[in-house]
Design a protein around this ligand. Structure first.
Ligand code: AKB
Length: 315
């Protein structure tokens, strides 16, 4: 049977680029994009698109039957900063969407599920540097609570019902095609746009706040690689630590200055500083590297070159 994929949350930051890569890999007609709102023109034009609320299990089931879907990538979520402002709404979206999709897999409507976790599962008591796979997980954010609970649900459905669900703890994902919304790591996307537009940027985190990050190209590759791994190689069914680079606002600004010498950064930390302070500064992802050969390609230098060149070409 051929692979047919439904992406829930396809119009978002990761969804937009992941859907396009999945369409290249599996064929446009075999990847159904869906979101509660329309996506980019490219996303809408390159294959099937359905308006779906990710918490609406019945509509997801009807779509699965209509297109003979075999895999669901559930990317719809409320991120850390927005979730602090709307805790109930965040819990409803982040949890009920997952439980609905896990049930569809348990009921054998679909064969495989991808659901992203995050470094937000960690908290202030977690070792900050080179954070191990197995460690203290006591998050202090609503988003983190939903992600840690989601990880345990994934593992439970795998152990109890044999559901083939796979997950990654994404670090901050940096992209230029679609901006993220409502995250604590979003500054590392906005900084590139502001550097080109205004040559200055006010950062909502302090200059030495080090966080784990990854270029979108690497995040998309890791996701598809994990989903294509042999089931016996996927040994962790909560979520894998995943890592590429880590840097501070000061360090990314210095890298940008190599291309835009008169670029200036200033710092005005807000409520997101406390969220960032509760997260690790670097991640040990050796289990992912060992189990399914994960390798990242982009460092801060090559990512910065790629983003600035791509944005300049777009102008
Ligand atoms: C956020 O900042 O909320 C996300 C994440 C680290 O999961 N980018």
């Amino acid at each position: 049977m051929s692979t047919v994929i439904l992406v829930l949350g396809a119009s978002g930051q990761i969804g937009t680029e992941l859907t396009q890569k999945l369409r290249k890999t599996y064929g446009n007609a075999n990847v159904i994009a869906s979101d509660i709102r329309k996506g980019s023109d490219e996303l809408m034009a390159s294959g099937p698109f359905e308006i779906i609320d990710a918490t609406d299990k019945q509509t997801i089931l009807e779509t699965v039957i209509k297109y003979k879907v075999t895999q669901v990538y559930l990317l719809a979520a409320m991120l850390s900063a927005t979730a602090e402002k709307m805790p109930q709404k965040a819990w409803n979206l982040n949890m009920n969407s997952l439980l609905g999709v896990l049930d569809l897999a348990k009921e054998k409507h679909i064969e495989q599920v991808y659901w992203p976790s995050s470094i937000a599962v960690f908290g202030p008591l977690t070792p900050k540097e080179n954070t191990p796979q197995q460690t203290v997980m006591q998050p202090s954010t609503v988003y983190g609570i939903s992600k840690v609970s989601g990880e345990f649900w994934c593992n439970y459905y795998h152990e109890k019902f044999g559901v083939d669900v796979r997950s990654l703890r994404y670090p901050g994902i940096i992209s230029w095609k679609t901006k993220p919304g409502g995250g604590t790591t979003d500054y590392a996307v906005d900084i590139y746009f502001k550097a080109l537009e205004d040559k200055k940027f006010e950062c909502f985190l302090s200059e030495n706040t080090r966080l784990p990050m990854m270029y979108m190209n690497d995040a998309v590759d890791a996701t598809i690689q994990l989903m294509q791994a042999k089931p016996e190689d996927v040994k962790i069914r909560t979520a894998y630590n995943l890592s590429a680079i880590d840097f501070t606002p000061k360090e990314i600004a210095e890298e940008i200055k190599k291309h835009i010498p008169d670029f200036e950064i200033s710092y005005n930390p807000d409520f997101r500083q406390a969220i960032a302070d509760s997260w690790p500064s670097s991640i040990d992802d050796s289990e992912a590297r060992k189990d399914w050969n994960w390798k990242h390609n982009f460092d801060l230098k090559s990512m910065t070159e790629d983003i600035l060149n791509s944005l300049k070409e777009q102008e």
